[in-house]
Write a protein that binds this ligand. Structure first.
Ligand SMILES: [Zn+2]
Length: 227
């Protein structure tokens, strides 16, 4: 009887809010249709990316990006992040998880840490998209996650409109480690949604290394620039 009722409720919800593909609008399970899912280009292992050192700093040792940034994936990420559609986290995660076997440096990683948001921004958005993605990567890889060790202590203007130099200035000293003993001697895998110039990850890695991490690697869902 309970199953029947659940089925009825599910049917009514589906009638009122049918799931549609965020990219093309076709009816779809999990907000992405099979065609659009197939069109997402998962970046193969040989395309490990590296951030160009800036001011001689290269704090992220290895970097991998899960899928290409094109009109389709941009629509998906924008809807997830800027339209605050938290329900899209499993859709983005499922694409990101497809790239996990392609991360050549995964084995050396001891701890997963998401790029943090400032509490003020977190309150406005309602969720930290990087933390949702990191949780899924942690589940998939069985690598433990610590979401409260790295914090953002400075409110910074939106990065997208800034030059690389401005991005660095903007983020200088914006991150801090609350419990260094939790990362001491460990290789950290930093998780972000979109890595653009690598500035954010580089600054996060700087704070982690200063606090005693052995090494910092990065894994982002996508990258809006060639890095
Ligand atoms: Zn579609």
């Amino acid at each position: 009887m309970l199953d029947f009722l659940k089925g009825c409720i599910g049917f009514v919800i589906e009638l009122i809010y049918p799931m549609h593909c965020v990219i093309c609008g076709a009816k779809a399970d999990n907000y992405i249709c099979p065609d659009c899912r197939e069109n997402v280009h998962i970046i193969p292992p040989e395309y490990q990316q590296g951030f160009r050192p800036f001011r001689g700093e290269k704090n992220v040792s290895h970097m991998h990006v899960a899928f290409d940034y094109d009109a389709d994936t941009r629509a998906l990420i924008h809807s997830f992040k800027y339209r605050r559609n938290e329900f899209l986290a499993p859709t983005v995660s499922s694409l990101m998880n497809r790239a996990i076997p392609n991360i050549l440096f995964l084995e050396e990683c001891d701890l997963i840490i998401p790029v943090p948001m400032h509490p003020y921004d977190l309150k406005r958005r309602g969720f930290n998209q990087s933390e949702l993605l990191a949780r899924s990567v942690a589940e998939e890889t069985k690598i433990p996650m610590a979401a409260d060790v790295l914090v953002k202590t400075k409110i910074t203007p939106h990065q997208a409109s800034l030059t690389t130099e401005e991005r660095y200035k903007n983020l200088e000293g914006a991150f801090a480690v609350t419990e260094p003993e939790k990362i001491n001697g460990l290789t950290v895998l930093l998780i972000d949604d979109v890595a653009t110039t690598g500035t954010t990850m580089n600054e996060c890695a700087k704070a982690l290394l200063a606090a005693g991490a052995k090494r910092v690697n990065g894994f982002a869902a996508t990258s809006s620039r060639v890095i």
